[in-house]
Design a protein around this ligand. Structure first.
Ligand SMILES: [Zn+2]
Length: 206
């Protein structure tokens, strides 16, 4: 792509670094911004910079939060003995939307993926294991997507904690393999959380 302006080229390049945005889409978005009042671009830029500079992660569950302890962890009505292990905030949002779950979460921040060079230490797994060791958790619910990386991650955590005093379960998979939690419909997902099965049973099914 040949550009008549270096400024335009730079903006398109930066936009095209985002997932799912090719050079053509990037150019379309940038040209769109150019047609809008400059205040819109300033708000967009400001929101992104402010997000990056001020975002916090909950010290307990590692979810994205504006404060040290997120709303869910700070809510005294939530059952602290129940911890649902998820990949990221999208899963938390999907499960919260079902209104069927009253426990807490533990956000791993990704999945173990040797291909991408992501190991257990790159995720919040050590903090999860510590949490279980402290004895407050009675049940750990695995809710990672049922991809190979998701299964690997679940199994790795399971191995770390299987000798500790904690029950493990997994959300029943009415959800087809490969479906991400965020795309599952709320009723199916809500039912899966209520009808969760012991984690050991899910291992035998493989
Ligand atoms: Zn939290």
């Amino acid at each position: 792509m040949e550009f008549s302006s270096k400024l335009l080229e730079n903006a398109v390049y930066e936009m095209s670094q985002l997932p799912g945005i090719g050079k053509r889409t990037a150019l379309r978005l940038v040209l769109h911004l150019l047609k809008q009042p400059v205040s819109q671009t300033e708000r967009l830029g400001g929101a992104l910079i402010s997000l990056r500079n001020h975002i916090k992660f909950c010290t307990n569950c590692h979810n994205i939060s504006d404060v040290a302890l997120c709303e869910i962890c700070a809510n005294p009505k939530r059952d602290t003995s129940l911890v649902c292990v998820v990949e990221d905030i999208r899963d938390v949002m999907a499960i919260e939307n079902t209104s069927q779950y009253n426990g807490l979460y533990h956000v791993l921040g990704g999945k173990i993926s040797p291909m991408e060079g992501i190991g257990p230490q790159d995720l919040t797994i050590p903090s999860l294991v510590e949490k279980v060791k402290s004895g407050v958790v009675k049940e750990l619910i695995f809710a990672m997507s049922s991809t190979m990386e998701g299964d690997t991650t679940n199994f790795y955590i399971y191995k770390q904690i299987q000798d500790l005093e904690v029950n493990t379960s997994t959300i029943a998979r009415g959800i087809s393999v490969g479906d991400e939690l965020e795309y599952a419909d709320e009723i199916t997902l809500g039912r899966s959380i209520i009808n969760r099965i012991p984690f050991e049973n899910s291992l035998k099914a493989h």
